[in-house]
Design a binder for this molecule. Structure first.
Ligand code: DQA
Length: 149
């Protein structure tokens, strides 16, 4: 059974309450419930973490080596700043998909560049909570050898 590691970065625990005009009304608990449902429908095992600390995210990615088949990650604000998370993703060499709730490319200039996406197989952003489902689907297809391989 394929194992997927899902990592939500800083402040995503506040989804649903945080700037709803930007991030919508869906809570992280609801997103996680959907991820769990979707994973079990495809017979995937999923492990989900929300972390506000950069080093903890680096540790999670490092610990995934050898035990995880795919990573779905929303590095949140670290997307735009973290060489450490990018290096961890590159070092792990586990197929990863980056997701964002908002369309980072249509926002402030400092959000338009992702340091981490280059270490992922691709990026999905701008579809609200649906970005996670689309990201999971992309990962499923990658792991099945179906897309972008
Ligand atoms: C975000 C976009 C980031 O710029 C921001 O710092 C976040 C959330 C998104 O999902 O839209 O915290 O990753």
């Amino acid at each position: 059974m394929a194992k997927i590691l899902v990592i939500h970065g800083p402040n995503l625990n506040l989804l649903g309450k945080r700037e709803p005009q930007v991030y919508g009304n869906v809570s992280l608990e609801e997103i996680d419930r959907q991820i769990q449902q979707w994973a079990s429908a495809h017979a995937w095992q999923v492990e989900i973490h929300q972390c506000n600390h950069e080093g903890r995210i680096v540790d999670l990615i490092g610990a995934a080596i050898g035990g995880v088949d795919g990573i779905l990650i929303n590095p949140a604000a670290y997307t735009h700043t973290s060489v450490a998370i990018r290096d961890a993703l590159s070092a792990a060499a586990i197929p990863a998909v980056e997701v964002h709730v908002s369309n980072i490319h249509s926002r402030e200039p400092f959000r338009q560049h992702s340091l981490t996406a280059a270490a992922c197989r691709g990026q999905i952003c701008g579809f609200g909570a649906d970005s996670y489902r689309l990201g999971m689907e992309a990962l499923l297809r990658l792991l099945a050898g179906g897309a972008g391989t």
